[in-house]
Design a protein around this ligand. Structure first.
Ligand code: DP6
Length: 330
């Protein structure tokens, strides 16, 4: 039996950001976030969101604080809508206070919605009295942000697209210890992006290239799974660059078009390809922004970082190895 102490209705979750090797772009069902294709990512160790959720009968409405600042508007609405879903699942009637902190800088080219909604799913479900399985948590996180479902399990993670709320969730295909890779994030701009992923996804189908990208997605997913399981960096490198280029080809040809690349983005892309020709194991992948993620074996990351910092447009480089699953803290 639960007591009536406020702390009984409070929980704190932590989750890593992730970087996709095979990208999620476009939804079959935008409300439920059933994606147009499956995706595969790697969790980013040490780049985390920590979120505390406290349900209380004494609050007038849901409240959100982000990195110590009280948030209103669209951010609060998105969290409140998500909490409404948790209330429906759990029978919890109270509103909640949500305090969320990222340990990585905002605008640093790391999508915070993935780690944020993964941490929120864990904290909110537990605070509301639910004890969900990993798949259930991943499905719940997906409702807040698609890529968040991949930050619930650990290591190398696949989100099976599925066809309904029931079968669209992510699971680990290999633990973090399986392959010591690193992501060196080359920051070329810290400006806030004008069009976020949510609006971008909704326009993916306006690109004449989206059907071609989707037609081969299953094949790329199978190749990526295999490259990870066999620790085949050469195959992974070609595949992640191809998949990132395919997604950006769709973005650039949407109506209205989304061109996230800056001149320094393209400079880094060229540099990475020439380093690889010279024998350095490294490959680029880019999300919905201008910053470039360079994936490499962890032992090469010092060299990759050093090389990146010599490119004039690169302001700084963040580095992360493979991260584990989302977890609760006391
Ligand atoms: C380009 O998960 O941020 O990073 O579901 O609307 O929150 P919402 O979108 P989001 O989209 C991520 C898009 C991407 C590719 C990826 O991470 O797979």
């Amino acid at each position: 039996m639960r007591g009536n102490l406020l702390s009984d209705y409070s929980a704190t979750g932590v989750a890593c950001a992730n970087i996709a090797f095979i990208k999620y772009w476009g939804n079959r069902d935008p409300l439920l976030r059933i994606p147009s294709n499956g995706s595969i990512s790697m969790n980013l160790q040490g780049l985390t969101t920590q979120t505390q959720v406290s349900f209380s009968p004494e609050l007038p409405a849901d409240q959100l604080s982000l990195n110590g600042k009280s948030a209103a508007g669209a951010a609060l609405q998105r969290v409140s809508k998500f909490l409404e879903h948790v209330r429906q699942l759990s029978g919890m009637q109270w509103v909640a206070q949500v305090e969320s902190e990222n340990n990585f800088p905002t605008g640093a080219g790391i999508a915070s919605s993935a780690s944020a909604f993964a941490a929120l799913s864990l904290a909110a479900s537990r605070a509301a009295g639910l004890d969900l399985s990993e798949a259930q948590l991943s499905r719940l996180a997906r409702r807040g942000s698609g890529s968040a479902c991949r930050s619930v399990p650990g290591g190398f993670v696949e989100w099976q697209a599925g066809e309904s709320d029931q079968d669209s969730y992510a699971y680990s295909i290999a633990p973090a210890s399986h392959w010591n890779l690193a992501d060196c994030v080359a920051i070329v701009s810290q400006e806030h992006k004008e069009t976020g992923s949510f609006h971008g996804h909704a326009l993916a189908d306006t690109s004449p290239l989206q059907p071609a990208r989707l037609a081969d997605a299953e094949q790329r997913l199978a190749q990526c799974r295999q490259a990870i399981l066999q620790r085949d960096f050469g195959s992974l490198a070609q595949l992640i660059e191809l998949d990132s280029n395919l997604m950006h080809a769709v973005m650039i040809t949407q109506t209205p078009p989304l061109l996230y690349w800056q001149p320094a983005t393209v400079e880094v892309m060229h540099a990475v390809q020439s380093w690889r020709k010279q024998g350095l194991a490294a490959a680029y992948t880019i999300d919905a922004g201008p910053n470039v993620h360079i994936i490499c074996p962890a032992e090469e990351s010092a060299k990759v970082k050093q090389n990146l910092l010599q490119i004039p447009g690169v302001q700084k480089v963040l580095r992360a190895e493979v991260g584990g699953p989302a977890y609760l803290i006391r």
